[in-house]
Each structure stands twice: as C-alpha cells, then as structure tokens.
Write a protein that binds this ligand. Structure first.
Ligand code: GLN
Length: 485
C-alpha cells in the first residue's frame, strides 16, 4: 500500500503516530502525479514546491502538537477558486495569466488547517459544462476509462482524487458540478447548503446558485473537509450565520427510524437501466438496514432544466461583463478604439460555450423579454423550492440517481449542447432550491464505470445526509473499488 492510496483520515492517524511524515505523504502524491498526470490531465497548474514547503510546515505543526485532521494532507483546488500568487484561470483563455492578489476564504481556512496544495485542477471554462471538455487547456480524462469524460465542471478535482493525484479536493457546484463528476469518477462529493460555505474568492458564475464543496475518497474525508471550510463570513453576504456542526459526529452507522423519500419523477425515460437498478438496489440496502422508504413527488422538477438555463446564463452574462480587457486578464492588441478592444478581447478570450451562455443570458435579461424569461423562471423556481418543502415534510432525505448515465465518451456530446445539459437533470433542482446534496458510489456498470447515488436534505441538514451516506458506505464496498490505471 502506498501513501497516496490512503484516505485523509488514515494518513492523519499514521502521521500522528509518527509512522510517516507529512513530507513523505506529499512526496508520494507528487510521484503519483508524475506517473499518471500525462495521461489524465487533471491539473492546469502544479505547485510541487509550495506543497513541499507546506508539508515541512505541517511536520513542524505535528512536532508542536498543533496539528488538526487536515494538517499535511495534499489537496487539489478547482481553478475557479482564487489562490494568492498562484494563477487562477477558470479554465479560460481570458484568465490564462491571471494571478490573484488574495486567497479565497476557503483557501485561508485550509491554510490555517495546515493543508498542502499540490495544484489547481482543470475545469470547464467558467464552470460551464458537464464534461471538462470546455476547458481552454484541453480535457481531463476519466481514470476509470481514458476514452471517457470525468464529468464536469469540476472534472479535474474529481479525477485527481479518483486517480490518487491528491487525497481530497475542492470543487464548485452551480447545477451539479461537484456531484456529477463525483459520480462519474466513483468518489464522494457534496454541495453544501447555499450559504454554508463562504464564496469570497470564488470566481462567480451564477451567484444565486454557486456553492463551493469538497470531494473525498469516502464519506468521512468529505465530512472532514466540509468541517474545515464551512461557516459564516462577512465578506460573502450570502454566507449564513448558523453554527457549523462537527460533521464527523454524524458518521453514525444507523438509519433506523429515518425516512427516505424517493421522488417518483426520477426514474424517467432516458435513464440508463444500470443506473436505475443500482439506485433501486441502494434504496433496498438502506431499507434492510432499518430505514423506511416512501414515495414522494416533485411535480415541477420537469421544468428545472429550463428554469436553470434561463437563470444561470442570465446571472453569468452579468458576472462575466467584468472581463473586458481593462482590469483582468487578456487584452487584445492593435485595436483602434475602446469598443473594438472590448469586442476583440472578449471574442478571443472566451470559448464557444461561454459565448453561448452570455448570449442566452443577455437575451433573457433584455428589455421586453425580462418578464417572459427571467421573471417567469424565478417564479417557477419558487414552485420547485416549494415541492421540496412538501417532500421534506414527509421524509428526512431524498434519494435519487446523481446522473442519468455513467460517464460518456469524450467528444460524444460536444456538438450537442442540449444533450450535454441533460447530464444535470437530477442535480439542478437541488441548486435551484439551495439544498445540500451529496453523491457517493453505489454501483459499477457492466462496462466497469462507477454509478452515483444522490442524497439530498433540507437546508442546513447536511448531518442527515452524512448519516445516511456513512451507513450506506459502511455496509457496502463500492467506495473501495479503484480504477485500474
Ligand atoms: N453543467 C451545468 C452547467 O453547465 C452545471 C455546471 C456547474 O455546476 N458549475 O451549467
């Protein structure tokens, strides 16, 4: 067993007992990166020198008895989260050389926890996509099958964990970008409640939907990561001042008396039969362990995708207006006047999917259309949120597939945006309602690809999610299957 194969929790125990040093752990991860990164491309930027420096500091923390559970643990950070002095590209040409002057709050918190940063993970440009193929820097490959996508938009963060190129990582989730790649790569990922984690320093895509969240090899590591990054912070006015639980206290192997809601809308046409049977089998497993399953209904979820593709592009078109060649990033040269410089910088700097979203969003917000599109979408969003409140009056958590199919082939959907958008059909409603949602492995397809189970709870009830997820994990072995790289 090599060190990069272990979980954060296992490594912490070994470091604490002085069986290994933080330096050795980081070196093991860096060796692994050297070995597999060329065929995966999970990272945009690697920071081995910083990692070794931080590992040495972490060893000193252990010497001084000041270490916590993430001290010395090598992490990957999605390249949409600002890191002081380390370029943060958002997977875009327009920010190819952008070096932030400050750290995001989550980075400050992880630094204070003594974590080690090995690099910035690849992603779809500005987090728009479901396959990481929209990265200006080229796609990431799925460690389970190099001809397939790792999911997206946090595909690099998920692939890096699955391929053991880091121990855990951070992603962001606007419509599924943590949960869907977690499912595709056979790992655990959670999108916390909107407001649970500060987004200060997260480059904005759709501000009413974006959340930062962790990926881990198992439920415990994911809980440890969420402990470290959660909490209110005045620099993000949407972060909520509600005390943060110690999520490791929810790692209880017991679901007796818990009620699982199964939305009847989720086993729809188009869902892969193996995904359906794995999720149904997972529900049966939890029932055998004492949980009660009830059917619930989310009648407006049919509209979720349509609502999302008004609201998210509208907000994106506004957020992305700041990239004009003046203050940030790429500036096109040789232009006669200011307008031409704006136009050229944006034409050259943004890729096709980002341009599509800006056009959709600008249209939806324009005079005369605003009422018909943005306002209508916001109203339907309220109905979707109310569906969930009704459902949660009958159950503790909702169970459903994370994605309708296992990871698809690279290139398969690049020319068909609508097909690509459908990858998020099960993850988007949760973002529209601001709910927490986790994906964990619940099966392997005949082709050897991981399948994800999604668990949702009401606002700020991450503890219920962790309890169900942990119980499921303790009684199954899907989280122990590894890709054969
Ligand atoms: N795939 C969805 C989109 O393209 C969600 C992306 C995300 O969650 N960042 O918008």
């Amino acid at each position: 067993m090599e060190l990069h194969q272990l979980t954060a929790y296992q490594l912490h125990e070994m470091i604490r007992r002085r069986e290994v040093s933080c330096r050795e752990v980081t070196e093991s991860v860096l060796r692994r990166i050297e070995k597999v990164e060329d065929c995966l491309h999970a990272y945009i930027t690697l920071t081995p020198d910083l990692a070794l420096e931080q590992a040495a500091a972490a060893d000193a923390c252990f010497q001084e008895g000041e270490a916590g559970p993430l001290t010395g643990i090598p992490l990957a950070i999605k390249d949409v989260i600002c890191t002081q002095g380390i370029r943060t590209t958002c997977g875009s040409r327009i920010l190819e050389n952008f070096i932030p002057t400050y750290d995001a709050t989550v980075i400050e918190k992880l630094k204070a926890a003594g974590a080690v940063f090995v690099g910035k993970a690849n992603m779809d440009e500005f987090a728009m996509g479901s396959s990481t193929e929209n990265s200006f820097f080229g796609p990431t490959r799925n460690p389970w099958d190099l001809t397939r996508i790792p999911g997206g938009s946090s595909g690099g963060s998920a692939a890096a964990v699955a391929a053991e190129e880091c121990i855990a990582s951070l992603g962001s989730d606007t419509g599924g970008s943590i949960r869907q790649p977690a499912a595709c790569c056979g790992i655990v990922g959670i999108k916390p409640t909107y407001g649970r984690v500060s987004r200060f320093g997260l480059v904005a895509f759709a501000s009413s939907l974006d959340q930062i969240g962790p990926f881990g090899k198992d439920v415990r590591d994911t809980a440890l990561m969420l402990n470290a990054i959660s909490g209110h912070e005045p620099r993000d006015s949407t972060s909520v001042d509600i005390p943060v639980a110690d999520y490791t206290k929810s790692l209880i192997n017991d679901v007796r008396s818990m009620v699982l809601g199964i939305p009847k809308e989720c086993f729809i046409e188009g869902i892969d039969p193996e995904v359906e049977s794995s999720v149904r089998e997972a529900i049966r497993t939890l029932e055998k362990l004492g949980a009660k399953a009830v059917e619930v209904s989310l009648p407006h979820s049919d509209y979720a995708l349509a609502v999302y593709y008004i609201i998210a592009p509208a907000e994106a078109s506004s957020n992305l207006a700041r990239y004009d060649g003046v203050k940030y990033g790429l500036r096109a040269r040789g232009n006669h006047d200011l307008l031409e410089m704006y136009r050229e910088s944006r034409s050259q700097g943004f890729g096709p999917e980002v341009k599509r979203r800006i056009m959709l969003g600008t249209y939806a917000l324009s005079a005369g259309y605003y009422e018909a599109y943005y306002r209508k979408a916001s109203q339907v969003r309220t109905l979707i949120r109310e569906d969930f409140q009704k459902a949660f009056s009958q159950c503790d958590v909702l169970l459903m597939p994370t994605a309708p199919t296992p990871a698809f082939k690279l290139g398969e959907k690049v020319d068909d945006p609508l097909q690509m958008y459908l990858s998020d059909i099960f993850t988007i409603p949760c973002n529209l309602a601001g709910l927490p949602g986790l994906s964990l492995p619940c099966g392997i397809s005949r082709e050897g690809l991981p399948i994800g189970l999604q668990i949702l709870a009401n606002h700020f009830q991450e503890e219920k999610i962790f309890r169900v997820a942990y119980t499921y994990e303790q009684n199954t072995d899907f989280h122990l299957r590894k890709p054969n790289l």
